[in-house]
Each structure stands twice: as structure tokens, then as C-alpha cells.
Ligand binder design. Structure first.
Ligand code: SF4
Length: 215
């Protein structure tokens, strides 16, 4: 109960109002939330990270991509999705008719879990208020969760990505579609499996484009 009270207090402190908030200065607000992230000690991940990775992109984007957490390259440079998985994501974004700077990319946790392990529930819970506030400020048209753990942490669920990829969910009034994490595609062992996973991700992205009205 004490933990819940602490979390609710923190939501209030950072102004997270569960999407109803309207803000006249989204850029100023996102800079403020990113400043708070850059000094955060709410979980032990801050002790082992090199850089905080708050996220980046444009205000009011058509799409907000949400990953699980920064990897090694992202930790080194403080930017989301810039390693091999990020390069694949860039190609997907381009094929959808966007540039990276047209959309927004963020993660469930803003500090790299050691050895790229999955964040714990406590770590995700500690960090989620930042993402919730980012979503409120950014007001994306669609949220795309990359991979099982991003989907489950954001939806507070225990779904299988194989079952739920491409399905439409609602996140506080915003359409949400889960799809594969680009690393999943990169780790396929055969050419056929890679092509299949890429095609399935592309099917999901076509649904995203339909929701935006671009397909
Ligand atoms: S992962 Fe999130 S909650 Fe944990 S220290 Fe980093 S910014 Fe804070």
C-alpha cells in the first residue's frame, strides 16, 4: 500500500494526469520531463547506466514507438534505438513514409538494465510515470509497442507477442498496436524465418498506417 501511495505521489509531482491534461507548450513540457529523468534515482538502474535515454522525436507525432529499454549503444550515446535494432527500425519507419525525426521513440525504462536483461516489474513501475507523462504531452495518434515486455508493461498484462501482435488495444484513449521488437527479427536463425518475421511486422505497420489514415 505504501508503495502505491508513493507512486501516486510521484505521478502528481510530475504532473501526470492520465491523458486528460492539455498543455499549450508541449516542447517545454517534454524538456521539463526529460530534465527530471536526467537526475532520476528512483530505481537502482541509475547506478549502472552510463547515460539516461529519455527518448527523442517530434511533438504531436503520428506514431510513438515504445521499446523495453536502452541497449549498450543507446546507453553509450544517450539516444534510443541507434544500434542494429535501431537501424532496422529506421528502415521500417522510412518504408512507412516517415523519417525518424517525424515520429517519437521512447522506452519503458530510461536506463539500461545490466547485460540487456529485461527490466524487473519494480524497475518498470518506477519508470512508467515518465512514459505516461511523455504520452500525455506528445499525444501521438498511435502507440506501437516493440516486443512483448514493452506491450505487457504498458498494458499491465501478460500476453504473448505471437498472439497479440497486430491487434488493436486502447491506451487511455490512444490506439495501441504491439509488434515484434526489431531484435527479434535480427535474431532469427534462417533466412526464411527472418523474412517471415519482417513480413509480419510490416503487416502490423500497415494497420498502424490505416489507423493514421495513410494506407
Ligand atoms: S530506469 Fe527510470 S526510474 Fe530507474 S533510475 Fe532510470 S530514469 Fe529513474
Amino acid at each position: 500500500m505504501n508503495q502505491l501511495v508513493e507512486v501516486l505521489k510521484f505521478y502528481k509531482e510530475i504532473g501526470a494526469g492520465f491523458i486528460e491534461t492539455r498543455t499549450p507548450d508541449p516542447l517545454g513540457d517534454i524538456e521539463e520531463i526529460n530534465r527530471l529523468i536526467m537526475t532520476c534515482t528512483r530505481c537502482s538502474l541509475h547506478k549502472t547506466k552510463k547515460n539516461y535515454v529519455p527518448g527523442e522525436g517530434r511533438m504531436r507525432p503520428d506514431i510513438l514507438f515504445v521499446g523495453e529499454g536502452p541497449g549498450e549503444t543507446e546507453d553509450n550515446f544517450g539516444k534510443p534505438f541507434i544500434g542494429n535494432a535501431g537501424q532496422l527500425l529506421d528502415r521500417v519507419i522510412e518504408r512507412m513514409g516517415y523519417r525518424r525525426e517525424d515520429i517519437y521513440i521512447a522506452n519503458i525504462v530510461k536506463c539500461r538494465p545490466p547485460g540487456n536483461r529485461e527490466p524487473s516489474r519494480d524497475e518498470a513501475d518506477a519508470c512508467l510515470p515518465y512514459l505516461i507523462r511523455q504520452i500525455e504531452i506528445l499525444k501521438p495518434k498511435v502507440i506501437v509497442c516493440l516486443g512483448r515486455s514493452a506491450m505487457n508493461f504498458l498494458l499491465n498484462s501478460e500476453y504473448s507477442i505471437m498472439e497479440k501482435r497486430g491487434q488493436l488495444f486502447d491506451f487511455k484513449g490512444i490506439p495501441l498496436i504491439p509488434t515484434f521488437h526489431p531484435s527479434y527479427i535480427l535474431h532469427q536463425k534462417t533466412k526464411e524465418a527472418t523474412s517471415k518475421a519482417k513480413w509480419e511486422m510490416w503487416e502490423d505497420m500497415q494497420k498502424v498506417l490505416q489507423l493514421i489514415g495513410k494506407n
